[in-house]
Design a protein around this ligand. Sequence first.
Ligand code: 13P
Ligand code: SF4
Length: 310
Amino acid sequence: IDPTLDLFDEIERLKEEKNAVLLAHYYQEGDIQDIADYIGDSLGLAREAAETDADVIVFAGVHFMAETAKILNPEKTVLLPDLHAGCSLADSCPPDEFAAFRAEHPDHIVISYINCSAAIKAQTDIICTSSNAEHIVRQIPEDQPIIFAPDRNLGRWLIKETGRDMVLWEGACIVHEIFSEQKLARLKGRYPGAPVLAHPECEEPVLRLADHVGSTSSIRRFAAESDADTFIVATESGILHQMQKDNPGKTFIAAPPDNGCACNDCPHMKLNTIEKLYLCLKHEAPVLEMDEAVRVAALKPIERMLEMSR
Ligand code: 13P
Ligand code: SF4
């Protein structure tokens, strides 16, 4: 890349030239969030992907998110700046093992968190995100047994919130399982007025210390609406960019991980960079491709989610 190029200008120009829309998740680096047409949580991004009339969707997020956009838009070109941007949670649920697990519970319906591969979505009855999971589980008749996959922490939190017994797949996210309960308790002691905001992918002992548990967009909303001036945030650190922009006078402290590192970056999300974004728009590659039979099977549970979370 020519070092004199203004990548922000170039990306804007290419977006217009190709009638492309740039969708970004809150865990993307700040520069990417700033140049996106839409920034959001997984539900917001899926809705936006379902409604866009752009010819090209550039997805600044991870593979399962770009897959969801493709499932909803088979006729559009979906680009992911780095095709290796995967997800440890999605990887923790291999399709063949999941098929065997389902076969052990033939009378159960399957609710899967959107953080899973298209092959898992194709084996699912209803998709959910952290924004609508509770709302969706509450709509399932009491006598209908449920498998919840792939995130065990979100699953346990839903069982606690709704009182519904569900069979859980034992998957997890490397970023959200790394927070230290002990360090968080100490930090809470040091900032007694600071609400702890946590994502439900965190483990139960961390969620017990939280004042608010919710999706990235609900964490963002809580911080904007609260009278507190300091917050402790237990989720991926990219969200701090918007929270700081929304609330210039407030202080946001990242909850401490257990590994001695200072940050809570998702290594998959952070594979996307502004340079890769520019190159991907310019060359229209890498393109996200998908088997048509898998796509059709994966579409149904996403459509059910969109209907059930209106
Ligand atoms: P939400 O933004 O939907 O809360 O999801 C968080 C996440 O882990 C995405 O990978
Ligand atoms: Fe997957 Fe966790 Fe990264 Fe989200 S933060 S993309 S769940 S590994």
